[in-house]
Design a protein around this ligand. Structure first.
Ligand code: FAD
Length: 425
């Protein structure tokens, strides 16, 4: 029997199924690479010309990596995977006409559509949170935060009145813990060399978490370890801290306490980006798109949703890289099956474990079947896994060099500083 690729070559171009993948993060990349040999006409659309490796954004924000270390160029990727790349923001979808509409008015026709647009910050209606806090979802966010941190340190070093300066990280998930831990190391280890005029006790790092513990998905023993590691780095960790308001220079807690905050980073939760509401797809908790067990969107036979933005009805998966990669691949396989006239199959998630790092030589890893690792071995695994999963040899080499330099020479104070005007995103 002829393969789809062979069939595609025998057919006129119009008969080749057209697949449009909107959003090229972990999930979109996985879908496209899996469709490489499908013989279909695959088009990638992203509002950026690169894919962002979000797990290392906090390293960009603290000057450990350059913005280009975490960006993977999409034109080269598309070429390698025999796909087309369209740079643009999707603003609407016409399901009847099977057309995706871009912000510039261009339209892309599809036979199968994969929505992989990821999520953005959720502020849960906290007044001032969107205006006065900084998110950490894009390269631009990371660069903006890095510039604010460096500008704050410069101000502090030129201030002879001994004023204090505080960074508040809201949200005790992996992102919040990783950022707070690294900021504390920046203050404790790098500051004395880079800014000898700043008494480090003038810089405060706070981590606020609404729940009674940090890192909810981890085993209590690992949560405790991470908590202790942050305290050892003199991070002011506040649990059961519900936020009532964020202002330009304070965070107001539900108990009425005013916590001074020169920079507030919002890492407290994610939700569907606002424009998604107008796309007319069924949405569940957190605005995630509801999909059936085969990952097709409820009531849409030719539309799949994958990655962070998708939620299988009654079986929500964590919003992490592994579910994104696995759902991306599964959607690609289902498209191939549908195009071949075969029935679709259920998505089964294979849990490969979770990890978080607190700082140099300190991380936690939780594997399936109850296996837990912490400390230096966990940190080395964290480092290795991130280098392996980063895309692009150039990124791997530059990240290896920059992170090695960071962790071997923290005491010499260096932070990478580059032009703060990367492409949009
Ligand atoms: C700071 C941070 C740290 C993290 N650390 C970890 C970690 O250590 N381990 C882990 O497993 N997970 C981590 N995650 C989560 C992980 O990064 C996500 O689960 C994963 O990126 C989800 O992949 P995705 O493909 O669904 O979405 P994304 O990676 O967010 O990609 C979405 C893509 O869609 C594009 N897009 C969005 N809207 C449009 C539109 N309208 N038109 C065109 N393009 C659009 C975006 O530009 C983007 O390229 C972290 C996340 C963050 C923010």
């Amino acid at each position: 029997m002829a393969t789809l690729e062979e069939k595609a070559q025998q057919q006129p171009a119009a008969a080749v199924p057209r697949v449009v993948v909107v959003g090229i993060g972990f999930a979109g990349l996985a879908t496209v690479s899996r469709l490489r040999r499908s013989g279909m006409q695959v088009t990638l659309v992203d509002r950026n010309i690169y894919s962002t490796f979000q797990p290392l954004l906090y390293q960009v924000a603290t000057g450990g990596l350059t913005p280009s270390d975490v960006a993977y160029p999409l034109r080269g990727f598309a070429h390698r995977y025999r796909a087309r790349f369209t740079h643009g923001e999707v603003t609407a979808i016409d399901y009847a006409a099977r057309t995706v509409i871009l912000a510039n008015g261009d339209a892309l026709d599809y036979d199968y559509l994969v929505v992989a647009t990821g999520v953005s910050a959720a502020y849960y209606g906290v007044p001032g949170a969107d205006k006065h806090s900084q998110g950490l979802y894009t390269r631009r966010d990371a660069v903006a935060l890095r510039d604010q941190i460096l500008a704050g340190l410069e101000r502090l070093s030129g201030d002879s009145r001994g004023s204090e300066w505080a960074v508040t990280v809201v949200g005790g998930g992996a992102t919040g813990v990783e950022l707070a831990g690294t900021l504390a190391e920046l203050r404790n280890i790098a500051l004395p060399t880079a800014y000898p005029s700043i008494d480090r006790t003038r810089m405060h790092i706070r981590l606020l978490e609404m729940a009674p513990s940090l890192l909810a998905p981890f085993h209590p023993a690992l949560r405790e370890y991470a908590h202790r590691q942050l305290l050892a780095r003199e991070v002011d960790v506040r649990l059961n801290a519900t936020i009532r308001e964020v202002t330009a220079d304070h965070v107001v807690l539900a108990n009425g306490e005013n916590v001074p905050s020169d920079i507030t980073v919002w890492a407290a939760g994610v939700g569907a980006p606002e424009p998604l509401g107008s796309w007319g797809l069924p949405q569940g908790r957190g605005g995630r798109i509801l999909v059936r067990p085969d990952l097709r969107v409820v009531d849409h036979d030719r539309v799949f949703a994958v990655g962070d933005i998708a939620m299988i009805e009654d079986q929500p998966l964590p919003q992490l890289a592994q579910p994104a990669l696995q759902t991306g691949r599964h959607a690609a396989d289902q498209i191939t099956r549908l195009a071949a006239g075969q029935p679709t199959t259920r998505f089964e998630y294979h849990d490969k474990g979770i990890m978080a790092t607190i700082g140099r030589h300190s991380a936690i890893v939780q594997l399936p079947h109850g296996l837990r690792v912490r400390g230096f071995p966990a940190w080395i695994s964290w480092l290795g896994l991130h280098l392996v999963t980063l895309l692009g040899s150039r990124n791997r080499i530059s990240t290896l060099i920059n992170l090695s330099y960071r962790y071997l020479s923290w005491g010499r104070g260096g932070a990478l500083i580059v032009d703060s005007d990367p492409p949009p995103g």
